[in-house]
Design a protein around this ligand. Structure first.
Ligand SMILES: *Cc1c(COP(=O)(O)O)cnc(C)c1O
Length: 388
């Protein structure tokens, strides 16, 4: 226990100087490519400057390529991934509506929390145990029984490291007139997610995970159906700031004034997206898969137990259990302090029993995976773990 305090105290002192240079292998934020950092110190211009309007257009076009969509309403909301989640739900749901939420982790539960705050909205939760995806047959059954306005699922559940499959969901939504909302905060740009092909109506993400831009923007895309549903609302969207109709008019040719765009963040996101498109979206996804597989094999070679079955594993977030008698937080603190390497701990009951490792964007590199495995073996040995 003394170790935790010591390490924590040292980290606090270091943080008073220039920020340390870390290898970021938590499930976000991920490291920035030098070109993205450079974009953050490009000249600041006005949010109505014709140059900036062209930047927005280019950014939207690049986002379409990464989302694999033709959706006209494709943009980046000011705010982190959570603003995308809140916007998607509050724009589609009205008093008297029902939402079905597939929930098997912390972030799906946040969707439940947000929906439960909406006046007059009935929330139906289809649950599964942490470590498994939600059963699609149960989701389809709930759709037919409750005929909701919205079905919301998390594609990559960061708290558990599980990827949610989509089989049958879009078809069942169409059958009952529901809209499909998908959280891709932890997966966009690192895990396959062809938005149009999957029939997703609103998909949102976060800038700082597999996209490797700084935190602060939530890319989001809306189908024609979603846009029409918002236009046809009987009541105005509860939040003026997160009204997606207004954001769509800011990003479309009309360019209304809604807020002062976070110009530098948009530059950085554009650069991060350019890098993704230069590498190739599919090639990048392959790279994530390759490094994730190497990480899984390495962790198993250390005798550690992965939390999720191979077929259900999310390549961008690996969850691994700390061996009995080893504190996950002490190991994490030592990795940060001695190797400048950041990984995350578990959430909820797994706080001190699990590590969550991000294979995301610019951080997803062979050298990082090798360093993590070596450093982990080193620290675990010192903490008294013996490899069998
Ligand atoms: C990180 C994350 C969020 C929240 O994003 P913030 O940028 O922290 O607001 C939502 N959903 C999932 C699946 C995430 O991984």
């Amino acid at each position: 226990m003394a170790t935790t305090l010591e390490v924590g105290a040292r980290a606090r002192v270091d943080s008073l100087g220039f920020p340390p240079e870390r290898i970021l292998m938590a499930p976000g934020p991920s490291n920035l490519h030098p070109r993205v950092l450079q974009a953050l110190i490009a000249p600041l211009i006005g949010h109505k400057d014709p140059y900036f309007l062209a930047v927005m257009e280019e950014t939207a076009g690049l986002l379409r390529q990464v989302f694999k969509t033709q959706n006209r309403a494709t943009l980046a909301l000011p705010g982190t991934g959570g603003s995308g989640m809140e916007a998607a739900l509050i724009n589609l749901l009205e008093p008297g509506d029902t939402v079905v939420i597939g929930s098997a982790g912390f972030f799906a539960h946040r969707m439940v929390d947000i929906s439960a705050r909406l006046t007059g909205v009935k929330v139906v939760v289809v649950e599964a145990a942490w470590g498994s995806p939600v059963d699609n047959d149960e989701l389809v059954e709930a759709l037919r029984r409750h005929r909701p306005r919205v079905l919301a699922v998390v594609h990559g559940e960061t708290s558990t490291g599980v990827e949610q499959p989509f089989e049958g969901l879009a078809e069942a939504c169409r059958e009952v007139g529901a809209l499909l909302v998908v959280d891709a905060v932890a997966s966009l740009g690192g895990v396959p997610l062809p938005v149009d092909e999957l029939g997703i109506d609103i998909c949102y993400s976060g800038s700082q995970k597999c996209l490797s831009a700084p935190p602060g923007l939530a890319p989001i895309t809306l189908s024609e159906r979603a846009m029409s549903a918002i236009e046809a609302r009987r009541t105005p969207v509860q939040s003026w700031y997160l009204d997606l109709g207004l954001h769509a008019r800011l990003w479309d040719t009309e360019h209304i004034y809604h807020h002062t765009s976070p110009i530098l963040n948009v530059y950085a996101l554009r650069e991060a997206l350019r890098i993704i498109v230069e590498e190739g979206v599919d090639q990048r996804i392959e790279r994530h898969l390759g490094h994730a597989r190497a990480l899984w094999a390495g962790l198993e070679a250390l005798g550690l137990r992965l939390f999720v079955e191979p077929a259900q594993r999310l390549t961008s977030v690996t969850t691994v259990l700390a061996p009995p008698g080893v504190s996950a937080s002490v190991v994490r603190a030592l990795l940060l302090d001695e190797f400048n390497l950041e990984i995350s701990g578990g959430l909820g009951e797994y706080a001190d029993r699990m590590w969550r490792i991000g294979i995301m964007g610019h951080s997803a590199q062979k050298a990082n995976v090798m360093l993590l495995l070596t450093a982990l073996a080193h620290v675990l040995t010192r903490e008294g773990y013996s490899f069998s």
